[in-house]
Ligand binder design. Sequence first.
Ligand code: NDP
Length: 452
Amino acid sequence: MTDRDFDLFAIGAGSGGVRAARFSAQRGARVAVAEERYLGGTCVNVGCVPKKLFMYASHFRADLHEASAGYGWTIGETNFDWPTLRDNKTREIERLNGIYEGLLRDAGVQHFDGRATIVDAHSVEVAGQRYTAENILVATGGWPTVPEIPGVEWAVTSNELFSLDELPRKAIVVGGGYIAVEFACIFDGLGVDVTQLYRGPLFLRGFDGDVRRHLAEQVRLRGIDLRLETNVTAIEKKGGGIVATLTDGSALEADLILFATGRHPNVSDLGLEEAGVEMARDGSIRVDAYSRTNVPSIWAIGDVTNRINLTPVAIHEGVCLSETLFNDNPRSPDHENVPAAVFSQPPVGTVGLTEEEARERYSSIDVYRSVFRALKQTLTGGEERTLMKLIVDRETDRVIGLHMVGPEAGEIIQGFAVAIKAGATKADFDATIGVHPTSAEEFVTMRTPIES
Ligand code: NDP
């Protein structure tokens, strides 16, 4: 312990900052956290949590109208009320904000409601007041990036999406990453007429090729007008809506245009440069394997370091940091085999290598793939197909990639991720009895590799 005000001063109370602050305080450190916006950060306020609530809301339409008839249900008139969903969501988020506040308080973390800036390697300033700290943690997350095109001020980003006054009748979604794909599906499920524009040949760049192709087919089946190799060059305001000019010169009208064109590290005006903190070329804070910057007393975790931008990863990085600093146990975060889900409809679950990555890294692999109609669909007449895929290193028999597009993919992948993390082989998968009848059993019953 030193004569400085705090042992750790965290800037940003998102998933990573809160976890690092709490765990450090529970280990006896004197900890403060400053947050200028909302407790819980992007995930709780304008990301994962409200997104998932909206995703649940958007499932009802198909379940009520398309799926139920084959199961004998006749559904009367239905109505969707956007303000009810939006306001119920807001109440739930406010409840979570309160829980975060309580967690910090109970752990003995001092919470500053305001913007903190770094003054030097050991001091920060909040609301005109200066505090000294043995260690400073930057956990300020990311912020939506929008391209500089004429009229972009008429577009919304994921920051505004969760509190729209009205649900659009027609929406354009620009981008082909997690947010664009998820929101195209959410809007579509809520009855909005959706056009999704992606500038490249196929969306979800970086995901397995079969997953990308399969999901593109599935979202088109649902009625999303997915246009590839297409971008927006300008936006004009027209009445209550907008008109977007597309790269092929055509015009597209809508009530709302969402830009889900990536996020950048939230580093501006934090005092990082003045403190001598080195940045990486992509604008993120450069850190070593222990999340330490080039200034020994300044650390950074989560999206601001642009390693793997997922909430559970930021939380893990926060836990590792508290171990390193206050438990005499230097621990570097493990970024291998991180499972992930895209909450599209149907959702995607993935862990390990894509087939494309595996072919580059391994001399010989086997690929197992199955596309089928899930049992539920047999009585609904639904066209939806599930995709499951395993990638195996022939030399060691280890399963090095596992991918799924289909109902509950996120839930299913979480379990299989344990097996992949533990180094399970294809023989282990084969020795596992399936749970019948489920879709997930397909992962333990695929026996014949496809031709490479
Ligand atoms: P992503 O980086 O995933 O995707 C950005 C998309 O925008 C890409 O398709 C990209 O195309 C496209 N794009 C970038 N610049 C332009 C441009 N100038 N014009 C047109 N298109 C452009 O970002 P997201 O915003 O979707 O999500 C941010 C992060 O949040 C993700 O990295 C993810 O880690 C996290 N997230 C995770 C979720 C989950 O776990 N389910 C849900 C939501 C977000 P291209 O591929 O050609 O570069």
